[in-house]
Write a protein that binds this ligand. Structure first.
Ligand code: M6R
Length: 607
């Protein structure tokens, strides 16, 4: 994992690289580095930590190179130290690498025997050494000679001291995009770093090498043959990715949830049958009508969205649905056929385990859809159809607005399937569609209690253990709340099906473990209240999240956050932003770097 970037053209490369790397920090921020060619010499600057720190380090240096590479690292091989930070140089060559070189130990031994000295513990450094040793005055030829020696995965950016007007790149199983400007070219792990400069780009495929210069771009295959590529256009607005006055992206993105859901529903949710209109290559009506089962695949928060999606598809559309973690599913034998729909849920569309699960299902004959916020992502490009979120860019590592927008799409899918399969009286579907249409306003109302949430977080921030309980559709929200508390505050939190707590978890409960109980009114409400009493009786303080005006819940809980009324199935659209906000304020009280939690990255592109 990691983010890479490169620039060649008419501008000073350094500011372009630094701005671009800031947009790639979601891919890792253990260390960061840039490499340029200055007065005929390679010039490399690195630091542990963030791009801002590197920027401070570079202040005052007069670097005017118009070619350069940059890297923000999420450590796989080798500790997050300065030596292991990219770029890595060998002789006249410097490289940045995202991926894993499986045979690096063997190559390293061979190169050491030939006299090469290594400065890092990384797998990546061998790539620089191999290219340098193959160099005979032509960088492209040297890269083409070195690549067949590598086994593993890579997105690469390469510069050469002796060729200051050219930038090389190559891809094997790790995303890499080339941006085409006027007299300039960019390369990056995704389109965001160069979106302010050009809307034109193309995605490298496996086994392709790019030669970039101010004069244009040429793509070759590994035999050196020219590969024609089709240009794609970015419709993404870079301004949306700015913090807009908020202290952290996460807070901004939580408050963008109503808009993300509104945009995701816009033009698709219809007041009457067929209830949904997919403008994109959405699910085919025939398949939805006749399919035997649906498998929802995801990781992290997207997995939690899948758990809620299962309830939507089963309860609303009567469609048998399984939910799978990408990392588990990919190594099993998928029991699927062409009447199985597999939906990979991934806001980034780049999570390696979800992609691998989708590929495994496709190889066994299933029809594959991607539910994603990134229409140009690998998942979207590989799938048979795409269910798009229109949530706008999400920068903070913690998924918030995209999680809720995923729920909105899954609900629309269930409404659509229910209509096609004639599983419910139309009147019932119409009511549900109308309620879904009111969700953005309901989320706005739910978020209006931020001050209360902040005050609660202040009171509860000193604990080291938290339990979150929910039943039915609220159980995945409990898992989601616990994940957010863990990843942002670095404390133990456990989400549990409320009815399951007495099977073991209750042994942890005492006055030192506050319990968050999701108890909006509905089918499982009474049972949840019983479970609330069980943990309260063991000394736990109870923070309940329930329906507005619920006096009974208010009487039983120590603290209560109220949600606007929505049908029970839809209540996660409102309760999730509230638990996101609670987790945010807990982390803030603990003085955590909310947007960059330790050891994490936004897009998990390694296994
Ligand atoms: O881009 P994806 O939806 O595939 O990402 C999946 C997970 O990596 C992601 O949800 C992760 O768990 C977040 N840090 C949760 O806040």
């Amino acid at each position: 994992m990691s983010g890479i970037m490169g620039y060649v053209g008419h501008r000073a490369a350094l500011p372009v690289l630094l701005e671009g790397l800031k947009r790639l920090e979601y891919r890792g921020y253990d260390s960061v580095g840039v490499g340029v060619i200055e007065a005929g010499a390679l010039h490399i600057q690195k630091t542990i930590g963030t791009v801002q720190r590197l920027e401070r380090q570079l202040r005052g240096l007069d670097l005017r190179s118009t070619v350069g590479i940059g890297h923000t690292r999420w450590a796989t091989h080798g500790q997050p130290t300065l030596e292991n930070a990219h770029p890595h140089a060998s002789g006249r060559i410097a490289i940045v690498h995202n991926g894993i070189i499986a045979n690096y130990l063997e190559l390293r031994q061979e190169l050491i025997a030939e006299g090469v000295r290594f400065a890092s513990d990384t797998d990546s450094e061998v790539i620089a050494a191999l290219i340098d040793r193959a160099y005979r005055g032509d960088l492209a030829a040297a890269v083409l000679a070195a690549l067949p020696r590598l086994s593993g995965t890579y997105a690469l950016g390469v510069i050469c001291r002796d060729e200051p007007n050219v930038l090389l790149c190559a891809r094997q199983a790790v995303p890499l995009v080339v941006g085409l400007g006027v007299r300039e070219a960019f390369l990056a792990s995704d389109v965001t770093p160069f979106a302010p400069y050009t809307q034109n780009c193309f995605f490298l495929d496996d086994g392709e090498v790019g030669i970039l210069s101010g004069g244009g771009v040429q793509i070759l295959d590994l035999r050196g043959q020219v590969v024609p590529k089709e240009i794609e256009h970015i419709t993404w607005n870079p301004v949306l990715a700015e913090k807009g006055g908020y202290r952290f992206y996460m807070l901004k993105e939580i408050f963008e949830t109503p808009q993300a859901v509104r945009e995701t529903l816009r033009g698709r949710l219809l007041p009457g049958a067929p209830f949904v209109h997919w403008a994109e290559r959405g699910p085919e009506a025939d398949l939805l009508r006749t399919c035997r089962k649906v498998i929802l695949l995801g990781c992290g928060s997207s997995y939690h969205a899948a758990l809620i999606g299962k309830l939507y598809l089963e309860e609303i559309a009567g469609l048998a649905t399984e939910v799978e973690l990408g990392s588990e599913f990919r190594y099993r034998t998928p029991l699927v056929d062409r009447r199985t729909i597999v939906i990979g849920i991934s806001q980034s569309g780049e999570t390696a385990d979800t992609l691998a699960g989708m590929r495994a299902a496709r190889a066994s004959g299933a029809t594959i859809y991607a539910l994603t916020n990134a229409p140009l992502s690998t998942a979207a490009r590989e799938a048979d159809g795409v269910l798009r979120l229109h949530a706008g860019p999400e920068i903070s590592v913690a998924s918030t607005k995209t999680f809720v927008a995923e729920l909105a799409v899954l609900c629309m899918l269930a409404l659509h399937a229910a209509h096609l399969r004639r599983r419910q009286p139309e009147a019932h579907l119409r009511e549900l569609a109308a309620a879904l249409g009111t969700a953005p306003a309901a989320i706005e109302a739910a978020l209006a209690v931020e001050e209360e949430v902040e005050a609660l977080a202040r009171r509860y921030s000193r604990f080291d253990h938290y339990i979150v309980l929910g039943r039915g559709v609220h159980y995945p929200v409990a898992l989601e709340a616990a994940l957010k508390i863990k990843e942002l505050s670095y404390v133990h939190a456990e989400g549990c099906a409320a009815g399951e707590v007495k099977q073991g978890l209750i042994a942890l409960v005492d006055e030192r473990v506050p319990v968050l109980v999701l108890a909006p009114q509905g089918r499982v409400y009474e049972k949840t209240l019983d479970n609330l009493e069980e943990v309260k009786a063991r000394g736990a303080r109870i923070v309940a999240i329930g329906t507005q005006g619920d006096v009974e819940l208010r009487a039983r809980a120590h603290d209560l956050l109220e949600l606007p009324r929505l049908p029970e199935l839809l209540s996660p659209l409102c309760s999730s932003p509230l638990v996101h906000l609670f987790a945010y304020h807990l982390a803030l009280r603990r003085r955590r770097d909310v947007d960059h939690p330790r050891n994490l990255a936004k897009s998990v592109t390694v296994e």
